[in-house]
Design a protein. Structure first.
Length: 324
């Protein structure tokens, strides 16, 4: 790096740290901000070399342990990567860590069951439908032998009762690539991966509907090449319908099991074993629904306020923890 560019980057890094080093984990956070500032100011791309640990220590006035902690955190976020003999470089900066965090949050909130699968499946469907117009516009009037070949392999495997995960992600990557939008491509890929992980517990049921899913893929590519946006959107919905059916089935089974457990508990605690479990009156149920709506509205307002405040005051290197 030329001396003047390095000096400018160092000044930017020191601005990011506020000219002081803090203490403990704060110093590692300051180093993280400084490195992100350098990446932004110098428009560094994946594979670009970053300063060595010794250089960062000297430039920022922090210890080697703080630098290593910062690099470890940035590596977990896929912002930097360190390899023996190559030093520290800018990583791919993919969206995978973000999406995996969202999956973990949804799983923890949903608890056991299909909540996490349903949340990710819905997001994938929303994204596919949102991209529909752009994909159809890009593929209308064309013919893509590779996509038809992928669908043919899907169908062959489905007829044999075999899963076609490899063909499925290959298909979705190829379709999204038509948009020439790297962020969309990364999001589609990352969501597909976490979706597949969340889907593992339902694999036996998913196998029942393989052929229907493969045929939906065929209709998707045909509608896109025909330039038929309505048929395309319908095919996308058909693509997710088998999975939605499976999720609904599992939720019904879980609900029935939970109801049986509640009934047994009620019978065990009741003086009259034949007395039916207590049910909410229509008025009480309405009050509960209204309370949930009010709670949701308050949550939306609070999230919007935090996001607006963050957007007004933050620079691109700021951490977003606590905003969402």
């Amino acid at each position: 790096m030329p001396d003047d560019a390095q000096s400018h980057a160092t000044q930017g890094a020191m601005r990011a740290t506020g000219g002081h080093t803090g203490s403990g984990s704060d110093r590692a956070d300051l180093v993280m901000d400084a490195l992100k500032q350098r990446i932004i100011e110098e428009r560094l791309q994946p594979g670009a070399k970053l300063p060595t640990e010794a250089e960062l220590c000297r430039e920022l006035g922090v210890s080697r342990s703080s630098v290593r902690e910062a690099l470890s955190k940035l590596a977990a976020l896929d912002i930097v990567t360190s390899q023996r003999g190559k030093g520290t470089q800018v990583a791919n900066m993919s969206l995978s860590p973000l999406v995996e965090s969202l999956l973990l949050r949804s799983s923890a909130r949903a608890g056991a069951g299909t909540g996490a699968v349903e949340s990710v499946a819905q997001l994938r469907e929303y994204l596919d439908l949102g991209m529909a117009e752009g994909v159809v516009r890009a593929l209308s009037g064309t013919h893509h032998d590779n996509l038809h070949e992928i669908v043919a392999r899907m169908t062959e495997k489905a007829l044999r009762g075999e899963n076609f995960q490899h063909e499925d992600i290959e298909f979705h990557i190829a379709m999204t690539s038509a948009l020439d939008n790297e962020v969309a491509l990364e999001m589609v890929t990352a969501l597909w991966v976490v979706h597949s992980i969340a889907l593992r517990d339902l694999n036996d049921d998913v196998d029942e509907l393989l052929l229907e899913t493969a045929q939906a893929h065929k209709r998707i590519i045909q509608a896109a090449e025909d330039g038929d946006i309505f048929a395309y959107r319908g095919a996308v919905i058909d693509h997710y319908r088998p999975l939605n059916m499976i999720i609904d089935r599992h939720e019904a089974v879980q609900h029935a099991a939970a109801s049986d457990g509640s009934t047994e508990s009620a019978l065990g605690d009741s003086e009259d074993p034949e007395a039916p479990p207590e049910k909410l009156s229509a008025g009480d149920a309405a009050q509960q629904r209204e309370a949930k709506r009010a709670e949701r509205a308050a949550d939306i307002a609070a999230r919007a306020q935090r996001a607006a405040s963050f957007a007004d005051n933050a620079d691109p290197t700021s951490r977003v923890s606590g905003v969402l």
